[in-house]
Structures are given as C-alpha cells and as structure tokens.
Design a protein around this ligand. Structure first.
Ligand code: ADP
Length: 246
C-alpha cells in the first residue's frame, strides 16, 4: 500500500476557535476511506482543507507524494484530485449528454464551439455516452437535468466528475437527502467507480459507511478519535461516547 492523500498536523483556526486540531490522516491508494463523527466534529472543515477550499492554519497535505498545501483547488483538480457532489455543477437546462460533454470539454480546456465538425462532436458523444451509461442513466441521455429525480441528478454529477478522469474522488455526503432506493443505487455506483481509484467521503449514513469503507477516521471536537475498519472503530469506547454524548 502507498499513501495517495496524506495530511499531517492539519489545523484550522477560525478567529482563535480551533475547528480542526493537529489531524493526521492517510488515505491509501485504491481504498474507500470515510471521515465520520458527530455534528461539529470538524468533518466539513477538514474536507474543505483537503480540497483546498480552505487554507490550513498549520500542517501539510501531500497528494501522490507531492506537496499540495499551497495549491489552489483548480490546480489540484488538474493533478487528478477531484471533489464531487456539488449540485451546482449540473446545468438544469442542458440534457444529461450535454452536461457530460461540457465536463469533457472543460477537462480538455476546450471552449464550447458551436461550429465544431459533426465528426468531432460524434467522438465526444460516444465517450460521453459511456460515462452516462456507467452511472445507469443510459435511458435518460436526452432528458434535461431538471427533469431528473434527486438520486438520478446525483448520478449525473458522478458522470460529469468521471468525465474529468479523476484519480481520486472526494465525496461530500453523497447520500444526503436520499430515499433508500437511491442510497442503494448510489452505493453500488460508488463501489463500481472505486475500481482503480481512491475515494475519500464524508458520510452520515453509518450503514453506508460500514458497507463501503475499507478504512474509517472518526473525528470529534476537531481531533482524530479513532481510525481503523468499521468493526474496530464501532467498538471503540471513545467513539461510542462521542456519538452518545453528542
Ligand atoms: P462537521 O462537519 O463535523 O459538523 P464543521 O467542520 O462544520 O463540523 O465545524 C466544526 C466546528 O467549527 C464547529 O464548531 C463550527 O461551528 C466551527 N466552524 C466551522 N466553520 C467555521 C467558520 N467559518 N467560522 C467559525 N467557526 C466555524
């Protein structure tokens, strides 16, 4: 095993309040790693630090052996570390296929070119169709994103993220607000797209965490409380205390 994403001494203070305190975290290559903890534990802050939406007060972050502590979110996305599940990344007025095509164009640094030849467009379409089918939306290619159910819209977000060809995906509460049928579908999808990739997710649904994660880091009050597989962390008295006391 080798480390894909590694944080060392990660600390974030907001006007003197320490939201994340000296966190060490290693996500091994090719694993699904979950970040859990009671409300206010510092999960979101930690996630925002790792995806460079926030700058740490102290500590370092390396990705694939490279120091990314001072890099921008856009720069790390170009290295293959991509954050998903931002619903705003999907354009409601465009079709499923068009949404994925735009993500591919973004990856290639292309601007949208109305006069592009049919042949080139057809090549984009074929690859885009592949991403759409891989998330189970093959029957919805020409539906506008606005017409999709919530769960299918999130599947479309995954398709647009896959179109960026990430090596590592950071998922922020992928199951939030979902009905059980969608939870099952997105769980299966995450399992499928984890092949050959590394995934770090913040997730509240503990049965999903138990089902999907190879490794779990539990945060409480900004600090790492426990780390290990689900059986290990769920038996930790500290973790039980933190959840019950929360
Ligand atoms: P979680 O995602 O685990 O619920 P957060 O990372 O959202 O926890 O928050 C951790 C703590 O940091 C909370 O006490 C929260 O109020 C505080 N916090 C988060 N963001 C800010 C901010 N921008 N300014 C001040 N305090 C913040």
């Amino acid at each position: 095993m080798s480390a894909m994403l590694q944080a060392s001494g990660l600390t974030k203070e907001f006007k003197g309040f320490v939201a994340v305190n000296n966190v060490d975290l290693t996500v091994e290559r090719g694993t699904i790693h979950a970040l859990i903890g009671p409300n206010g534990a510092g999960k979101t802050t930690c996630f925002n630090l790792l995806t460079k939406f926030l700058q740490p007060t102290r500590g370092t972050i390396t990705y694939d052996g490279r120091d990314i502590t001072s890099m921008s979110a856009a720069d790390i996305a170009r290295l293959g570390l991509v954050r998903s599940f931002q619903i705003s990344a999907v354009f409601d007025d465009l079709t499923v296929l068009e949404n994925v095509r735009i993500a591919m164009q973004r990856r290639r640094g292309d601007s949208y070119d109305f006069w592009r030849s049919e042949v080139v467009l057809a090549q984009y379409d074929e690859e885009a169709r592949g991403y759409v089918e891989s998330v189970g939306l093959g029957d919805f290619l020409n539906h506008r994103a606005a017409e999709l159910s919530y769960g299918r819209k999130r599947a479309l977000e995954i398709a647009t993220t896959l179109a960026l060809e990430p090596e590592m995906l950071l998922l922020d509460e992928p199951m939030a607000g979902m009905a059980q049928a969608d939870v099952d579908r997105i769980s299966a999808l995450i399992k499928r797209i984890s092949e050959g990739r590394t995934i770090l997710m913040v997730e509240h649904n503990l049965s999903v965490v138990a089902d999907l994660s190879d490794r779990i880091t539990v945060l409480a009050r900004g600090e790492v409380l426990a780390e290990g597989d689900y059986d290990t962390v769920s038996k930790s008295p500290d973790v039980i205390d933190a959840y019950i006391g929360a």
